[in-house]
Design a protein around this ligand. Structure first.
Ligand code: BES
Ligand code: MN
Ligand code: ZN
Length: 493
């Protein structure tokens, strides 16, 4: 899909569809919309009354113009109350308009949304909303079952009315592309998205966008003492890959950051095997890695100056086999700490342990990790909200602000509780699981053992990584959660 900006007045636009946002209660038409209504002999007013359109968020009403008109369809999308209008409302409204245009068979759409005092930010959000809404995961459909929505029949051009300032669109499109890469990786199954596939993807990003990429093989990881990561990997027939991508901006580097993603391309549980029901979803256990690579792609395209970002993924499967770790095995992580593996299904924290030690070894100013770490976090926060764990107030605020801007929900969870007691081991420095309750917190407290002093935020994205429903610009399947928050954090927007 292509996006353009134009300062064309509403009435001068010629194309298949015209979508206009209306605030709740703003249903008596004014200005250009009133003029359009006049030209349509009052049909807009009529359809608004007829369908009881109140401008509520996510609502819409559509209208067919007369044959021969310069526009075929008019779409009014609700924006909700004016005082609650944010950039995420603009994202949702653009998604709503784009979906409507698609189902009305429009190939071209003009979209007019209020831009308040900040057109750059609002228009960027609109591009994101429309671009994300219209993505469908059809990689494995043989003869495009989604033909109707396929690229040739679907919406091709979206023109944002009301501005002509240029740099917004490429920036938003880079963010959309990064998010869609993450969605594709998460939705694709484990026989395609293997550790090797993730490594190749990282190398492709490096090549296409000028990053550097280092892939550590099993022996390289062994030389660094990554016993925890390699312990998880030893049950799989697929070779593990430790991915380290580096983006270096132009000019003097004043910020050095690390993003770490959990990269379990399949989590069967290992010998502590999961039950069959729902196990197929464990292809999404590389959602943190997908967000990390998606952010790398977006930032590689956006090229922010003055910042260096390291993207780190310890990629492997967690499988039962004759070579797999046994419950009770003791592993030694790369910081020398020993771990008694009570449950081989608590594997993400083992791979992250060595990833975090590696990230801190790079001497960065801050580390953010994203991981589909615990079912317990879903119990606590549900499907839409990621748990945020940190002891650093400044970094917490920065990530909360970035998530807010991105329209992704994160919620702070406590770490200042003595639950680590439950992870004490008789035989090693710690066990890899705690007691029955507070599983998301004990997992975070485990990770903390592998970050000595660098400001660090852990995001448990087990809930939002995947969606069973279509909601706003989110589609069924992998959501690409995290990419937009990470990009906003690095850009400081
Ligand atoms: N990848 C899972 C966490 C998960 C489970 C994410 C369900 C999304 C949906 C993780 O590796 C895991 O298995 N965690 C265990 C930890 C337990 C053994 C302490 C869990 O949450 O049950
Ligand atoms: Mn597991
Ligand atoms: Zn897992």
């Amino acid at each position: 899909m292509e996006f353009t900006l134009h300062d064309t007045p509403l009435l001068a636009y010629q194309g298949d569809g015209l979508a206009v946002g209306l605030f709740e209660g703003q249903t008596s038409l004014a200005g250009e919309l009133a003029q359009l209504d006049d030209k349509l002999c009052g049909q807009l007013t009529e359809v608004i009354a007829e369908e009881g359109f109140k401008g509520k968020a996510a609502s819409k009403v559509t209208l067919r113009t007369a044959p021969g008109w310069p526009i075929r369809k008019v779409i009014l999308v609700g924006l909700g109350p004016v005082e609650k209008y944010t950039r995420d409302t603009a994202r949702q409204a653009a998604a709503n308009a784009a979906r409507a245009a698609q189902s009305l068979k429009c190939k071209t759409l003009a979209l007019s949304l209020p831009v308040a005092t900040n057109p750059a930010v609002m228009l960027q959000a609109a591009v994101e909303g429309a671009g994300l809404a219209l993505h469908t995961f059809d990689r494995f459909k043989s003869q495009s079952t989604s033909d109707e929505e396929g690229p040739s029949n679907g919406l091709q051009t979206v023109t944002l009315l009301g501005s002509a300032s240029a740099p917004i669109v490429p920036a938003a499109q880079a963010i959309v592309s990064g998010t869609l890469l993450a969605r594709e990786l998460v939705s694709s199954p484990a026989n395609y998205v293997t550790p090797e596939c993730l490594a190749t993807e990282a190398q492709t990003i490096a090549r296409d966008f000028g990053l550097t990429c280092k892939i550590l093989e099993r022996e390289d990881c062994a030389a660094l003492g990554m016993g925890a990561f390699l312990g998880v990997a030893q049950g799989s027939d697929m070779p593990p890959k430790f991915i380290h991508l580096t983006y270096t901006g132009s000019g003097e580097i004043t910020r050095r950051l690390a993003i770490v993603g959990k990269g379990l391309t399949f989590d069967s549980g290992g010998l502590s095997i999961k039950s069959a029901k729902g196990m197929e979803l464990m292809k999404f256990d590389m959602g943190g890695a997908a967000a990390t690579l998606g952010a790398a792609r977006a930032l590689g395209e956006l090229k922010p100056p003055g910042v260096q970002v390291h993207f780190i993924v310890a990629a492997t499967e967690n499988m039962p086999s004759g070579k797999a770790i046994h419950p009770g095995d003791i592993l030694t992580a790369s910081n020398g700490k020993t771990i008694e593996v009570d449950n081989t299904d608590a594997e993400g924290r083992l791979t992250l342990a060595d990833s975090l030690v590696y990230a801190e070894g790079l001497g960065v100013d801050a580390i953010v990790d994203l991981a589909t770490l615990t079912g317990a976090c879903m119990v606590a926060l549900g499907n839409d909200v990621a748990g945020l764990f940190s002891e650093n107030a400044e970094l917490t605020e920065a990530i909360q602000a970035a998530a807010q801007a991105a329209g992704e929900k994160v919620w702070p969870m406590p770490m200042d509780v003595p639950y680590f007691e439950s992870m004490k081991s008789i035989v090693a420095d710690m066990k890899n699981i705690g007691g029955q309750y507070g599983g998301a917190i004990t997992a975070a407290l485990f990770l903390k053992q592998f970050v000595a002093k660098t400001p660090w935020v852990h995001l448990d994205i087990a809930g939002p990584v995947w969606s069973d429903k279509q909601k706003g610009y989110i589609n069924k399947g992998g959501t690409g959660f995290g990419v937009r928050t990470l990009v906003a954090w690095v850009l400081g927007t």
